[in-house]
Design a protein around this ligand. Structure first.
Ligand code: ZN
Length: 470
C-alpha cells in the first residue's frame, strides 16, 4: 500500500509537467505584407499566431558579415498558459540596415522567429530574400505640357532608377499606380494614367512619385496646365413616392422614419457603394483591352452631368447634398445598354444606389460603370466587345425613372466620361504618349483645346464638333 501511494506521488510529479508539455502549442510567424525590400530604417509588421501568447519575437537581417537584430520579449509563463486562448497579434519591429552596421545596397536575408509562451516554448521561423536599398529611387519625368481638366484624366510618362516597389502619380489625397510602358525596354520606363479628381482643389500640383520599401520616397513635378471646372448646382425635390421606392428597394426590412432611411441610403450607402466600385481597381488587367473611342449610349438625352452638385429638398426644405459622379442618359424604357468599349466584366450584380450594375474593365486601371439597369445579360469574368449588349436600361436603385447612369473610373477614382467619348482627346492625351515608346516625348503635345461641357448627343458627332472648335 505504501508503494502504491509513492508511485501515485511520482506519477503526479512527473505527469504534471508532461501534461503541461503536451498542452503547449505551436506558433506561426510571418511578416505581413511579405517584404520584397527594405530601406535603411524599417518598421516591419510581424504577425504572430500563438494561442498561449508569445515568449519572444525576433527579426534578424543579414548581408554577408553585416547583421542587425530587433526583438520583443514577454515574461515567461510555464504553468497557467493553458487557460489562454489568444487571438493572433501583429508586432512592429524596427529593423535597420545602416552603413555603420556594414550594410550596403543589394540582396539580404530577413529571418523572423517567434516562440509560444508556454512550457515547451516551441518556435516558428520564416526566412525572406529581400533587397536593401540605401537611397531613394530617382525619377526622370517627360517634359510635355499636361493639359488637365478638373474632374478629368491625363497620362504622364517617366523613368525610375534605383530600387523601388511603388511608383505613380500623387494628386492631393489620391495616389494612382503606374505600369511599365507597353513595348518599353524594361519595367523602369513607365506610364501613369491618372485623374485630377473633381473634389481636389484646382491649385493642387500633381507629382510623380517612386518609393522603396524602406519608406524612402522621391517626388518630381511636371508641367501641368489645369483647366478648372465649375460643376453645376441642381435641386431635386423628393416626392413621397420616390422615398417609398428607394427605401423599400435599397433598405428592405429597415425601420424608422422614411426620410431618415433615405438619408442613410443617400449618404452612408452611397459612400459604401462608391468604395466597392473603387476597390474594383485591384481587378484591372495590366494590358489595354480597348480601342478608341468610347461609345456613348446612342441617341440618348443627357439628364445629368458628371459632378453635378445635387441639393435634395423634401417638403420645400433642404435635407441633403451629394455629388453625382456620372452621366444620366435616357432614351426609351428598357433600351439596350451596350459596352462603351471592349473589356472584361468585373461586376454584374446589385449595388445599392446603382441598382443592377455592370462594371467593365478596360485595362490599366480604366473601367466603365453602368447603373440602374432593369436586366443584366452578362456575367462576371465575361469578355465583351464595344457595342455588345450588357442588358437593358431601367430604374433600379436610386433612380426616379428609366435611364442609364454611366460613369468611368481611373484606378478607382470616378472621372468625367466625356473625355473618353472624344477620339481626338484620347489620341492627344493618352495614345500619343504610349506608342511608340518614348518616341513622342521630343515633340510637345498639340492642341491645347478644352473639352466641351455639353455632352454630344451622339458618339459619332463628337469628333466633328471638335474639328469645328479648333
Ligand atoms: Zn445617375
Amino acid at each position: 500500500m505504501k508503494y502504491a501511494l509513492l508511485i501515485l506521488l511520482v506519477l503526479l510529479l512527473l505527469g504534471t509537467p508532461a501534461t503541461l508539455f503536451f498542452l503547449s502549442s505551436s506558433p506561426v510567424v510571418e511578416v505581413t505584407p511579405t517584404p520584397k525590400g527594405l530601406g535603411v530604417d524599417n518598421q516591419i509588421q510581424v504577425k504572430v499566431t500563438s494561442p498561449h501568447g508569445m515568449r519572444f519575437v525576433t527579426a534578424v537581417l543579414t548581408q554577408g558579415q553585416a547583421r542587425s537584430v530587433a526583438s520583443k520579449e514577454e515574461p515567461a509563463d510555464r504553468w497557467m498558459f493553458w487557460k489562454k486562448h489568444l487571438a493572433p497579434t501583429t508586432q512592429t519591429l524596427h529593423v535597420t540596415a545602416k552603413k555603420e552596421q556594414g550594410f550596403q545596397g543589394g540582396p539580404a536575408k530577413l529571418v523572423v522567429e517567434a516562440a509560444s509562451n508556454d512550457l515547451r516554448a516551441s518556435s516558428d521561423t520564416k526566412s525572406y530574400d529581400v533587397f536593401v536599398s540605401m537611397e531613394p529611387p530617382r525619377l526622370s519625368v517627360d517634359d510635355l505640357e499636361h493639359i488637365i481638366n478638373q474632374g478629368g484624366a491625363e497620362l504622364v510618362t517617366f523613368t525610375v532608377s534605383g530600387y523601388y516597389t511603388e511608383a505613380g502619380v500623387i494628386v492631393g489625397n489620391y495616389r494612382f499606380r503606374s505600369f511599365p510602358m507597353p513595348g518599353g525596354k524594361n519595367e523602369n520606363d513607365r506610364f501613369c494614367l491618372f485623374a485630377f479628381p473633381w473634389d481636389t482643389p484646382a491649385d493642387t500640383r500633381p507629382l510623380v512619385f517612386a518609393r522603396n520599401p524602406g519608406g524612402q520616397e522621391v517626388t518630381a513635378p511636371f508641367r501641368v496646365n489645369l483647366h478648372p471646372k465649375k460643376f453645376r448646382q441642381r435641386e431635386l425635390d423628393l416626392s413621397d413616392e420616390f422615398l417609398d421606392k428607394a427605401v423599400s428597394e435599397i433598405d428592405p426590412g429597415g425601420t424608422g422614419d422614411k426620410l431618415d432611411r433615405f438619408l442613410r441610403i443617400n449618404g452612408e450607402i452611397r459612400k459604401q457603394n462608391n468604395k466597392t466600385l473603387a476597390d474594383l481597381r485591384d481587378q484591372t488587367e495590366k494590358r489595354m483591352l480597348w480601342t478608341p473611342p468610347f461609345q456613348q449610349l446612342s441617341n440618348s438625352k443627357v439628364e445629368a452631368f458628371f459632378a453635378d452638385v445635387r441639393t435634395y429638398k423634401y417638403n420645400g426644405k433642404k435635407v441633403d447634398q451629394q455629388v453625382h459622379l456620372g452621366f444620366d442618359l435616357s432614351k426609351v424604357k428598357q433600351a439596350p445598354v451596350v459596352a462603351s468599349n471592349s473589356g472584361k466584366v468585373i461586376w454584374a450584380d446589385r449595388l445599392g444606389i446603382y441598382g443592377n450594375c455592370v462594371v467593365v474593365d478596360h485595362g490599366y486601371g480604366l473601367q466603365s460603370i453602368y447603373g440602374h439597369m432593369s436586366k443584366i445579360d452578362v456575367t462576371k469574368g465575361q469578355m465583351v466587345e464595344r457595342g455588345g449588349e450588357l442588358g437593358r436600361s431601367g430604374a433600379t436603385g436610386l433612380a426616379g425613372g428609366d435611364h442609364l447612369h454611366f460613369s468611368m473610373q481611373i484606378d478607382g477614382v470616378q472621372v468625367n466620361p466625356i473625355e473618353w467619348w472624344d477620339a481626338h482627346w484620347i489620341k492627344d492625351r493618352v495614345l500619343s504618349k504610349l506608342s511608340p515608346p518614348a518616341a513622342s516625348s521630343a515633340k510637345p503635345a498639340e492642341g491645347a483645346k478644352e473639352v466641351p461641357e455639353v455632352a454630344p448627343k451622339q458618339a459619332g458627332h463628337t469628333a466633328k464638333k471638335h474639328h469645328k472648335r479648333r
